[in-house]
Each structure stands twice: as structure tokens, then as C-alpha cells.
Design a binder for this molecule. Sequence first.
Ligand code: GMT
Length: 382
Amino acid sequence: MKIGIVCYPTYGGSGVVATELGKALAERGHQIHFISYAMPTRLEGYIGNVFYHEVEMSTYPVFEFPLYTLALASKIVEVSRFEKLDLIHAHYAIPHAISAYLAREILGGRSRIITTLHGTDITLVGLEPGYLPVMKFSIERSDGVTAVSRFLREKTTTNYGIDKDIRVIPNFVDTRKYRRLPASSICERFAPQGERVLVHVSNFRAVKRVPDVIRIFSEVRKKVPSRLLLVGDGPERSACEILARELGLQHDVIFLGKQQEIVPILSASDLMLMPSQSESFGLSALEAMACEVPVVSSSVGGLPELQVHGETGYIAEIGDVDRMARYAVDLLTNDAKRHMFGEACRRRAVDHFDVHPIVDLYESYYAECLAADPIPVRVPQS
Ligand code: GMT
């Protein structure tokens, strides 16, 4: 198949899923065309069967705001025509699904659109009155729609009143690449006295509740010699640095910023904290689990579909810092239990969320959508 993948190129989970999916499909012989405003982060180096098309943005003094949705639609039209794409897979609905819809109308219905809903496109941004009607329309007019958890499918049908079959295809991880590495110099660097290492990975947006991570760590630190690694960057980072200093933790909380190589960091970690306000799946928790790192998380969204409370980690109510800290101390002070949880994490990642069976699901869903009758175009072609 010739597949156009439209995604955000940055460090967010939707871009990671889109890129890893494209790479896996390319390995299977499909021709993959990424369309975005910058090269997706994980698309490093030459990869056979993979092409990248950049959306060119022109500015004009009359436009107070950049017209990305339109520029993207035009680029999809151009790539679809020239490369004869069979389908466009839009990751994160805003604005990708509506740009793909516009492109399909312009193309006279010649390609299919599959939209994957990832999280805040549905739970937050899409619900704003300024976007809601367009969101609902673009989901309804997609040839196929997938959601990364049952939770997100449910939210989509109830919040938008959408009566459409939405296929749940969870996030995935390449468990050959994501596996625990033997103890390395990185452990000595972060925990020179054999301290326990907690880790959090995110884009530091408010929904991630990174201040809770620091508060949990502050409680843990009183009972267990430990360090906290914070990976990623985003709008809340400065506030978190200030909080860490206010709590006197500046030497034990290490801000690593954005990192390309996450496996060595996860391999040096004993526990991941994910106290999110909203999390439709929790890809970074899955990546940690594949590296045998148990997770203490909030009970929101799709996290209970990923984690098994009391087996792969623990789940608590949003904002219950004390309980999460107690769970963390329990695991960090009991080596046998932590290792048992770590092994259960790895098993769950391998058995339920490994790349190959999940990519199979996408591939067969593509075939199903291509075999179905196309959605009729609304605008007659001239
Ligand atoms: O929805 C977002 O916040 C953005 C999105 C992203 O692009 O980073 O993250 C979501 O998609 C990931 C991949 O499907 C999921 O693993 C994350 O749970 C989800 N984030 C939220 O729901 C907050």
C-alpha cells in the first residue's frame, strides 16, 4: 500500500506512535509518506520505503494567524496525486483530520482517510466550542477511526454524540529495542551511593501534573535515599524547577530535558511516576514497563487498561500524592516485590502491546477500510 501519514513531528506520544507505525509498515514493504511541518523526531537516518514531505507555510501581512490547516490540505493533495496514495492516516484529529477531509474532497474522493484519536484532541482541545463542530464532522467523515483505548472510544461517542464504529488499537512498543539493559555507568552517575531512581517522562504540560511528581518524590525522599530523573520539556518546566528548589530537592531532582535515547535511562530506573490528570493510554508508561520498570500512576483514562493494580504497579486517585508516595515507598523498599512487578511489566508489554501484533491490527484495518464503499464526496467535481 501507499500510505500518507500526517502527524505532529514533536516529542508527543501521537507523533511517536505515528512514526513508529510508519517505520514498521515500511519494513513490511509498504511505501510510507510522512507529511508534517518538520521531520518527525524518531525518523532519523535513511529508512527504505519512507519519504518525508514538508508542509510549506507562506506568510502574508493580511493573515494574522498561520493557515496551517489549508497548507497541510494542499500538501496532502499534492502528495496524494503525485504518489497515488491509497490512504491518508491522520494522527491526532486537530487539524489533521479536517485537512485530510478537504484534500479528499479536492481529489474527488480518490483516497481514504483513517483518523487515529490520541488523547487531548478528544478530551480537551476538541471540546472547545471553537473546534467542536469541525471535530465531530471530521471524525464522522473519516473512512475509518481508531482510538488508542476503550476509554477514549467511549469519550468520543459520548462527548461528541458520534454513532460510528471506532476501532480500539492500543499504543505499542518494540520490545526488542525496549528492554532492560544491564547496569551501566549511567546508574553510577545518577545514583552514586546506590540510591533508588524514580523517573518521569513527559512533555511537561499541565495535564501531566509534574508538580505532583515532585511532591511524591519529596515524600519518598524522606524515607528512601533516592533520586528523581525528569525527562522531557514543556510549559511547566520552570515552575517545576522552582518547586524542586523550594522543597530543597535541587540536588536530587535531575532535569534531563528532551532525550533521544530513553532505554538507558529507563534501565537505570526503579520506578516510574505518572500522576496525570488525563491520559488516554500512557505510552511512556508502556515504554517503562517494557524495560521492567513498575509504574505508580493515577487511575485516569486508559491507564487502568495498561496497568494491572498490584501486579505491574499501583493506581491511585488523581492528586492523591500521599497514597502514591506510600505505594512508591512500598516498592522501593522491597527488592523482591519490585523485581516481581518489573517482570510482570515486561510480560504485559510483550504479551499485549508488542509492535508486531498491533501493526497487524492497523494493516488489517486499512484493508477493511479500503474494501468498504467510499464515503461519497460532497462537492461535485468540475
Ligand atoms: O493528547 C495529548 O496530550 C497529545 C498526545 C501526544 O501527541 O503527545 O498524547 C496522547 O497520545 C499518546 C499516544 O497515543 C498517549 O499515549 C497519551 O496517553 C495521550 N496523552 C493524553 O491523553 C494526555
